[in-house]
Structures are given as structure tokens and as C-alpha cells.
Design a protein. Structure first.
Length: 328
């Protein structure tokens, strides 16, 4: 009998120890997130990264029953927000919306305090999207050829707006300059919303904003789209040619957005978010919401997202060096 009681006591002790160990070892994955999660957007409110981040944050809040709060940290083409995210605790409670601007910046800036590959843990790629070449609604140019002719007749007199030196909109405009041989003047702004406001007020005569930023104004005929920078025509603007079609030496440039976390973030965090996004993307209404601004869903988990970053760095470095852009 004593032996039986001893065995029962030993089993109880082992069970208790196992329960305590399980409770101590596994709460991060089992309970994540158990408090609000900060989602840093390194750009101004209203642009494509911000709009996409807010849609994703709202859906993750719904899926994971915990608040995902968007925090805009604009400045220096996304560098300020990226530096903040890279320095944050790798506990899963700081995420960042990374854009292709962040693979452009290492080639553009002589001083940069983060490494796109080493300082971040890729969570998932979300969307890809083209920009569009737009002019004010009252512009005499109704086609790409007419704009090129107008610019060549007025060398150095037309302005183009961008979200700053080396931003995707700036590089697209410089690639356009190279493809056509025109001479126009760069007017940098703080972000994409400022570009379209400058276009509407005729402060600049052309720009290359994202679909998310300009599509509504084009549909309202406040701005006129002459072309898109995608590899194929847009679903929203099927009658608008690509620059590949419109120019003898045409080109295509597409941007992307994805979620990252500080390097060292536990892999379980990414697994939770990828699972939540996978479930969310089964909802046609959510997919339509993400694509409503002209982007295409290109959902890939962290390992696949991380695998494309080195190639993206090389591609954009070649373009930056080709146009001679540099920011001290």
C-alpha cells in the first residue's frame, strides 16, 4: 500500500512539474498576441503603404482578437521609421510595413543605420503594384507621345513631382527621362499625397504616383493617366497603355509591400501572423479591399519574402546608379 501511495505521489509530482514547465516554456507562441501590436508605417498617412497597413491591421485585429495599431513614422524615404523598427525589441510587438523604398535606400543614402537583410525578420510579402504616369486634367498632353513632344518643345520648363530624391516615383521619372531624352525639373515632396495635390494645383506637370494614391482622382477625371509602369495593363484602367507599349524604349517598374519585424523575433510570431493572413485572404471581400487601389496580391511567407530581398537590392542599385541619384 505504501508503495502504491508513493507511486501516486510521484506521478502527481511529475504531472505538476510537467504542467508548470509547459506553462513556463510555451506562452509566447500559445498566447501571442496578448497585448496591442504596433505596426510602424515609415511613410506619411494616405499613401499606399499607409492604406494597405491600415487594412491589414484592421483584419489582423479581427483575426487575432488583439489590437494592431498603425503608427506613422515618416521621413527620409522611409529610413526614420525603419531605424525605429530595427532598434525595437524583437518580441513580436513591433512590426513594420516594408516597401521597395527600403531596398532602394542603401544605394541612395551614403549614411544608413540599418541593414534590410540583417536587421529584419521577414514575416510575409503582401502585394505588388505599379505606378501610373499622370498629368493634370487640363494638360494639353493626352498621350505619352504628346507629353514627350511638349517636354521637348519646352526643355527644362516642365516640373515633375516625387516623394523625395530616390523614391520610386523619382526613379520612375528618371527612367522616363532616360527612355525619352527629355529635360524636366525634379520637385521633391514629403510623400505621395503631396504629389497628387501638386498635380491637381498644376504646380508640377507630371508625376508617377502609386495607383493607391492617384486612382480615385483619375477615375474622377481630376487627373489624367497617360500610362502605367506595370508589366501588363491594369484591371482598373484597361484602356491605359503601359510604358512598355507607349515608348520605343519602354520599361516597367513595380513596387511591393510586406510585413517585417526586428531581427531575432521568434519564428512563432511570423507563423501566427501568416496563419491569420492566410485565413483572411480566403475572404473575397478582404482580397478585393487589398486590390482596390490597383495592387495585386502576391502573398508569400517569410522565407520566400526574405529570399527575394537580395535580388531586389541589386536591381534597384543598378537603377539608382544609372540615374546618378545620391542623398548625403
Amino acid at each position: 500500500m505504501a508503495t502504491r501511495h508513493s507511486l501516486m505521489g510521484l506521478c502527481g509530482t511529475l504531472l505538476l512539474a510537467t504542467a508548470i514547465a509547459a506553462g513556463a516554456a510555451g506562452p509566447a507562441a500559445a498566447q501571442y498576441p496578448d497585448k496591442p501590436v504596433r505596426l510602424i508605417v515609415p511613410f506619411t498617412a494616405g499613401g499606399s503603404p499607409d492604406t494597405t497597413a491600415r487594412r491589414v491591421a484592421q483584419r489582423l485585429t479581427q483575426e487575432l482578437k488583439q489590437q494592431f495599431i498603425v503608427e506613422n513614422r515618416p521621413g527620409a524615404a522611409g529610413n526614420i521609421g525603419a531605424e525605429t523598427a530595427a532598434r525595437s525589441a524583437p518580441d513580436g510587438y513591433t512590426l513594420m510595413m516594408m516597401a521597395n523604398s527600403h531596398v532602394i535606400n542603401p544605394a541612395l543614402y551614403t549614411k544608413i543605420t540599418y541593414d534590410v537583410v540583417k536587421d529584419f525578420t521577414p514575416i510575409c510579402l503582401l502585394v505588388r503594384g505599379a505606378s501610373m504616369m499622370v498629368v493634370p486634367a487640363n494638360s494639353p498632353a493626352k498621350t505619352v507621345k504628346e507629353f514627350v513632344d511638349m517636354a521637348k518643345a519646352n526643355p527644362g520648363k516642365l516640373n515633375f513631382g516625387s516623394g523625395g530624391a530616390g523614391s520610386p516615383a523619382h526613379l520612375a521619372a528618371e527612367a522616363f527621362r532616360q527612355a525619352t531624352g527629355i529635360d524636366y525639373v525634379h520637385v521633391p515632396y514629403k510623400g505621395a499625397p503631396e504629389i497628387v495635390r501638386a498635380l491637381v494645383s498644376d504646380q508640377v506637370q507630371v508625376g508617377f504616383p502609386t495607383f493607391e494614391t492617384a486612382l480615385g482622382l483619375v477615375q474622377q477625371k481630376t487627373l489624367r493617366a497617360l500610362a502605367t509602369t506595370g508589366s501588363k495593363r491594369s484591371r482598373q484602367l484597361p484602356d491605359t497603355p503601359t510604358l512598355l507599349e507607349a515608348l520605343p524604349d519602354g520599361f516597367s517598374l513595380e513596387g511591393w509591400l510586406g510585413l517585417v519585424a526586428p531581427a531575432g523575433t521568434p519564428p512563432e510570431v511570423g507563423q501566427v501572423i501568416v496563419a491569420a493572413m492566410t485565413n483572411a485572404l480566403k475572404d473575397p471581400a478582404f482580397r478585393e479591399q487589398l486590390e482596390s487601389g490597383g495592387s495585386d496580391i502576391d502573398f508569400r511567407p517569410g522565407s520566400e519574402f526574405g529570399a527575394i530581398l537580395p535580388g531586389e537590392l541589386v536591381k534597384w542599385r543598378k537603377l539608382v546608379e544609372g540615374v546618378g541619384a545620391k542623398v548625403e
